[in-house]
Design a protein around this ligand. Structure first.
Ligand code: FES
Ligand code: CO
Length: 324
């Protein structure tokens, strides 16, 4: 499964502190914890002794301790202590499976099998002019590809986000361009008139976005700055990072990279929350939950060319999880 060789977000980085944390990725239960040097560890959440959940244990002297008989595991997975046999040195094969893990964009990323792929790009991350705030997690009863597609879709704004991102009186979608990129798909020239496009909007404004799929379950919206405003040249972005839990359920984070330094984190998160809870019930109602890759399985309009390009990309990548 190609998805196993790709990096996926599994938790907010700050949630993994001095206690083990249970997470799920591609139907696999994992435990995250930090060793004595603060380095992240990701193990299979099953003790090799009698199968107890390691995430119910604790971190003891920089080792992960199983809740059942107290076996301790070091960074990398080696068992280093069997309390019932104090003089015993466990051999190298006495270990728990560990996975590659890293921290980025305020999130913990894991891949289940080795590969040569890099983390999905989020260009605004390195722009010091932009403030970064994460929103989520949201646990959503929808497949990751359905959630990505919803994010790429402007023609629902007038209905799902009426009075916020769109209105029923202005539903036409102007033609936009779609192109394949090295790691995904890019849509440019996406325009909409939005009654309340952000926290501070006082009147409707025309906005222009680009949408880019940067990995199978990651997408980035970039706001094209308006000419002649104080924010000219600032490319605000919203990243959508999804953890595929099961083929039909997902955990979702947004990362905002904005030029707004006045609002509180809570105010920024609250706006994003308002928008996403409008999307969530419709998303969870869609059937089939897996995204159909056969072009004949659902009907399409010219306004859906980005979604069609995304489906072709998933097919070309050989993605099987969350699609049908
Ligand atoms: Fe983990 Fe026995 S089940 S130490
Ligand atoms: Co929406």
């Amino acid at each position: 499964m190609i998805e196993k060789t790709q990096w996926h977000p599994v938790a907010q980085a700050h949630e993994v502190a001095d206690k083990p944390v249970s997470v799920q990725l591609l139907e696999q239960a994992l435990v995250l914890w930090r060793d004595a040097d603060g380095r992240l560890q990701a193990f299979w959440d099953r003790c090799p002794h009698r199968g107890a959940r390691l995430s119910m244990g604790r971190v003891e002297n920089g080792h992960l301790e199983c809740p059942y008989h107290g076996w301790q595991f070091a960074s990398g997975g080696q068992c280093v202590k069997v309390p019932a046999l104090p003089e015993f040195t466990p051999p190298a094969r006495q270990c728990v499976k560990s996975f590659e893990v890293q921290q980025a964009y305020g999130l913990v990323w894991v891949r289940l099998e080795s590969g040569d792929g890099l983390l999905p790009v989020f260009a605004a991350e390195t722009d010091a002019h932009l403030r970064k705030v994460n929103c989520g997690p949201y646990d959503v009863a929808a497949s990751a590809p359905r959630i990505i597609e919803n994010f790429l879709d402007m023609s629902h704004f007038g209905f799902v986000h009426e009075g916020w991102l769109g209105s029923r009186d202005a539903t036409a979608i102007a033609a936009y361009e779609v192109e394949a990129t090295a790691n995904g798909v890019l849509a440019t020239g996406c325009k909409a008139v939005q009654p309340q496009s952000n926290l501070h909007s006082t009147q409707a404004a025309e906005v222009e976005y680009t949408y880019e799929v940067t990995a199978a379950y990651t997408a980035v919206l970039t706001k094209i700055p308006e000419e002649g405003t104080s924010k000219q040249g600032w490319r605000e972005q919203i990243g959508l990072f999804i953890c595929p839990l099961t083929p039909e359920t997902s955990r979702v984070w947004f990362r905002l990279a904005v030029a707004d330094f006045e609002s509180s984190d809570e105010q920024l998160q609250s706006f994003q929350h308002t928008i996403f809870v409008q999307d969530q019930p419709v998303l969870e109602s869609q059937l089939p939950k897996a995204l159909p890759l056969d072009p004949r399985a659902e009907m399409h309009s010219a306004a859906d060319r980005m979604s069609s390009a995304y489906r072709r990309f998933l097919k070309a990548q050989g993605i099987t999880f969350g699609v049908c």
